[in-house]
Design a protein. Structure first.
Length: 219
C-alpha cells in the first residue's frame, strides 16, 4: 500500500507541476510531441515528391540512408518556433499553439546548422494542449492529425456549421474567408483563400466522415 501511495503522489506532483509550468516548459513538451509526429509521418510517407527522399529496399551506399534528412544528428534538434495562438478551441480546457518549422533544418544550442532541406512544405502546424493534464490534439499540418470533429457543434443539415472546424483544420495553408459553395454527390464543397500560397482554396468534405477532408490549393 505504501508503494502505491508513493506512485500516486508522484503522479499528482507531476500533474500539478505541469499545470503550473511556464510557456517555455510547455513549448519543450510540445516540441517533443510535434517533432516525433512530423518525423514518423514523413518517414512513413517518404517519397521524392513528398519530402525529397528516395527510398530503396536495400542500402547500396551511404547516400541511401534516406532518414538522415528526417532525423537529427546527436546534439541537434529540428528548428521550430512555438507560439500561443489567439485562435480558440471549442473545448475551453485546450489552448491552441501555432508552430512554424523551416523544412528539415536541424540546429544545435549555438545555432549551428547540421542539415537544411526545404524540399517539403508546408511548415505551419496547429496543436491543442490541455495544460491541466498534458493531453494533445494534433489539429492541422503535415503530420498524423487527431480526430477532433466531435469537439465541434456540427449540424450536417447546415453546412455552415462546419466552417469553424475547417478554419482550424486548414490552418497549415493559412486558410481564411471559408464559405460553403455547394453539395456534390456525397460531399460538401467549400472555398476560401490561402494566405500561405496567395491562391484560391477549395476544401472537399465527405458528409459522412468530416475527419477526412481534402484541402486543395488551386494553381
Amino acid at each position: 500500500m505504501k508503494k502505491l501511495f508513493n506512485v500516486s503522489v508522484i503522479v499528482l506532483v507531476y500533474s500539478v507541476s505541469f499545470a503550473q509550468d511556464s510557456v517555455t516548459n510547455a513549448n519543450a513538451y510540445l516540441y517533443n510531441a510535434v517533432y516525433k509526429n512530423i518525423a514518423a509521418y514523413n518517414i512513413r510517407n517518404s517519397s521524392f515528391t513528398f519530402n525529397g527522399v528516395i527510398v530503396s529496399d536495400m542500402f547500396r551506399s551511404n547516400a541511401d540512408f534516406f532518414y538522415d534528412r528526417l532525423l537529427p544528428d546527436y546534439g541537434y534538434r529540428l528548428k521550430m518556433d512555438i507560439d500561443k495562438s489567439d485562435l480558440k478551441y471549442p473545448l475551453s480546457s485546450f489552448a491552441l499553439y501555432k508552430i512554424h518549422t523551416y523544412g528539415f533544418t536541424f540546429v544545435n544550442e549555438r545555432g549551428d546548422t547540421a542539415l537544411s532541406s526545404n524540399h517539403w512544405t508546408p511548415n505551419n502546424y496547429l496543436i491543442a494542449l490541455d495544460r491541466s493534464n498534458g493531453d494533445i490534439k494534433f489539429v492541422s499540418g503535415q503530420y498524423f492529425i487527431s480526430a477532433i470533429g466531435d469537439d465541434f457543434k456540427v449540424t450536417p443539415d447546415n453546412p455552415s456549421t462546419l466552417i469553424p472546424y475547417l478554419q482550424l483544420r486548414a490552418f497549415y495553408v493559412g486558410a481564411k474567408n471559408i464559405t460553403f459553395k455547394r453539395k456534390r454527390s456525397k460531399t460538401f464543397i467549400y472555398e476560401g483563400y490561402s494566405n500561405e500560397y496567395n491562391r484560391t482554396l477549395r476544401i472537399v468534405v465527405p458528409i459522412k466522415d468530416i475527419e477526412h477532408i481534402k484541402v486543395i490549393v488551386k494553381k
